[in-house]
Every structure is written in C-alpha cells, then in structure tokens.
Write a protein that binds this ligand. Structure first.
Ligand SMILES: Nc1ncnc2c1ncn2[C@@H]1O[C@H](COP(=O)(O)OP(=O)(O)OP(=O)(O)O)[C@@H](O)[C@H]1O
Ligand SMILES: [Mg+2]
Length: 247
C-alpha cells in the first residue's frame, strides 16, 4: 500500500450544484488519496455524474471548493483542469475518426503540438506502451469507426492515460460490456491505483464496483448518505442498500 501524503491529490468541500430549483449536489465533501479508488454509488439522478462534471469543470459549481494538490480549481475551465492533472474517462468515446488508434493516442500525448505527430520517436514509443497497457496492441493501426465498442472504450482510457493524470474520474465504465470485458476493464482501473493515481469511480454494477474500490460514498438525491468500505455501507441501518436500490 502507498503512503498517504498529508495532502490528498483531491479534496472536495461544501460542493453544491443547483439547476434552477433542483439541488443536484448538496454540500458534499470527500477526499481521495494517492493509490486509492473511491466509489460513488447511488440511484439514478442522485448526482454522481454531476459531481464528476463539477470536478472536471464541465459544469460550474454553485458553491464549494475543489482542491487539486492544494490549489482550488473550482471555476477553472476544463482544459486548464486537465493540464493540472485531472482526467475523465467519458462513457461515450470521441476519437478522431480519420486518425488511427495510435495517432489518436499520440495526439493526446501532445495536445498542444500537432506538428510533432510524425517526428518524435519517444512519443511513438510511449503511445505504443499505452496502447499495449489498455489492450489495443492488435488494433493500433486501425481507425476508430472500424472498432468494436469495448475497444473504443479502451481508446478513451488510453487518451486519458496519455495526459498522466493524478486524479482519474471514471463514469460508468462497465455499461454495455460483457463480464469478460468488465474483468478486463477492472484490471485497467486497478492499474490506475497501482500507478498511484487517485480514482473516482461510478457504476451501476455494484458488484464490480465493490470488488475494486477501497471505499464507497453513497449519495441520495444529491446528499451524502454514508461512507466506508462497501460492506460497512451496505450493512448500515437504516438500510442504505434499500435506499440505493430505490433507483
Ligand atoms: N444540465 C442539467 N440541467 C438540469 N438538471 C440536470 C442537469 N444535469 C443533471 N441534472 C439533474 O441533476 C440530478 C442529478 O443528475 P446526475 O446525472 O448527476 O445523476 P446520476 O447520479 O449520475 O444518475 P445516473 O445514475 O442516472 O447516471 C438529476 O435530477 C438530473 O435530472
Ligand atoms: Mg450518471
């Protein structure tokens, strides 16, 4: 197990998001340490994706602090948050269709310098390593439109890894996957932890989440319900499991 540094990579405090009259997230706080996976669980509409969008700057928080390695990034634009070390694995992939898998990864490695695409051998090596790490070695030279769904999901993960994020947000990675693919993706996400990243994971597949995470935080209608190991949370009274099943 990795040493816990005094300052966790990500700390959220008082996080609140209103959409008009609806409070999607209310006064939420948590920390994620290096080499730790925190699972965010809760029924549909409980605010899980909104929490991720707030951290990534896709949505702007109504109130609260989002502290990345000591710096409050609340209100920053997404690209700046990405530069400072947070990556999000979106459920829907958005690769460049006319570039190969390998080229897509290279572009993620060099977001600000398109020109180096052909030139740099170390970039090529790094891109190949990432492709191998996520299981894309056999399809590196193919273009995304020809790939199956699971490979597109792998490519999204590869693009996030290319930015070497300290904090990784993963929303619904298991949706639409077979159980063999879920095992494969669980292994990849476990790899983020071994590399010392702080991971926030959301998925409806509670069993697969429970098998991976160090802790879970349960949300209901945007509010904190409980936090602890999956077993602690699921066996709490009044029954958190039944609240969570409500969705
Ligand atoms: N852009 C938006 N405008 C208005 N309301 C929104 C917006 N985004 C989310 N909401 C509302 O905020 C609440 C939380 O939504 P969110 O998508 O975060 O839930 P979730 O826990 O991710 O749900 P699911 O499990 O279905 O993915 C819901 O009531 C949703 O309808
Ligand atoms: Mg969601």
């Amino acid at each position: 197990m990795l040493m816990r540094s005094a300052q966790p990579p990500l700390r959220v405090a008082g996080l609140t998001k209103r959409f008009g009259g609806l409070v999607a997230v209310r006064n939420l706080g948590f920390e994620i340490h290096r080499g730790e996976i925190l699972g965010l669980i809760g029924p549909n509409g409980s605010g899980k994706s909104t929490v991720m969008k707030l951290i990534m700057g896709v949505e702007r928080a109504t109130a609260g602090r989002i502290v990345l390695e000591g710096t409050d990034i609340a209100g920053w634009p997404t690209h700046r948050i990405a530069q400072h070390g947070i990556g999000i694995v979106f459920q829907h992939s958005r690769p460049l269709h006319r570039q190969t898998v390998l080229e897509n990864i290279k572009l993620a490695l060099l977001p600000d310098s398109l020109f180096k695409l052909v030139a740099e051998p170390h970039v090529d090596r790094r891109a190949r390593d990432i492709a191998i790490q996520v299981g894309l070695e056999a399809v590196m030279d193919r273009r995304p439109p020809t790939l199956p769904f699971a490979d597109l999901r792998r490519l999204e993960i590869a693009k996030v890894l290319a930015r070497d994020p300290k904090v990784v947000l993963v929303d619904e990675p298991f949706a639409g996957l077979t159980s063999a693919e879920i095992a494969m993706f669980s292994e990849i996400i476990d790899g983020f932890r071994r590399e010392g990243r702080a991971v926030l994971l959301v998925d409806h597949n509670v069993k697969s989440v429970a098998a991976l995470v160090d802790r879970v935080l349960a949300l209901y209608l945007g509010e904190y319900v409980a936090e602890g190991t999956t077993e602690q949370v699921m066996t709490m009274r009044p029954s958190v499991a039944s609240i969570l099943a409500a969705g």
